[in-house]
Ligand binder design. Sequence first.
Ligand SMILES: [Zn+2]
Length: 243
Amino acid sequence: MKVELLHVGSFTVGAGVVRRDEDFARRIRCPIPAYLIETDGTRILVDTGPHPDAASDPAGRYGSADAHGPFRLEQERTVAEQVDLESIAMVVLTHLHFDHAGSLSLLPPSIPVVVQRDEWEAGQDEAAIARNYFQPVDYASVADRVTLVDGDHDLLGDGSIQLLSTPGHTAGHQSLRVGEGLVIGGDVSHFASGLDDHRFPAFADDFAAQARSAERLRALRDAGATVLPGHDPDVLRPGPVQG
Ligand SMILES: [Zn+2]
């Protein structure tokens, strides 16, 4: 099984926005990753990065030049420029935030999109959309081809990739355990240290649930797994990922 980290962009924001007890005036630049998993000839994309217009034309994309709030966005090469998307069997979304689901519309329309049912349903609910800062235009185009999953799930039926329910950052956030040794944590914690210190971003669907999810991933890490954080500039490097 091969896993590759794709660097699709960056955001820059006051550190206190993405890590509790940090200075809001200090700016921090964080990578936006997506992942390509290859197992027995099956290629799976994990997250898609932001839509290319999100950085260049937020008003056109989202109806407001201020759509990203305090986040300043930079686009690198899109997933379409880095991967032959025709070769992808499915896309797994950790969650529906714009920096993870924004480029769904670049994918060929035949590719199934795997997402937790709780996340998808939150993405259709007005109050949950507001609380989670979702942008429905990012995922509306795939409504007819989502595969909804309830909690932990054996993705390929052979135990090689386990979807782990890790809610809190958003309503139905999920992580992926790839083989025995690697966990793509998604945004359970933006930073690796968050599994221990629980200094999460200032926004969340449910902080208590997020803390429980962090404990879950911490236990996997303490048992020997490599747990990749969501946006940690000191940890995430493009290229092959070792479990
Ligand atoms: Zn994110």
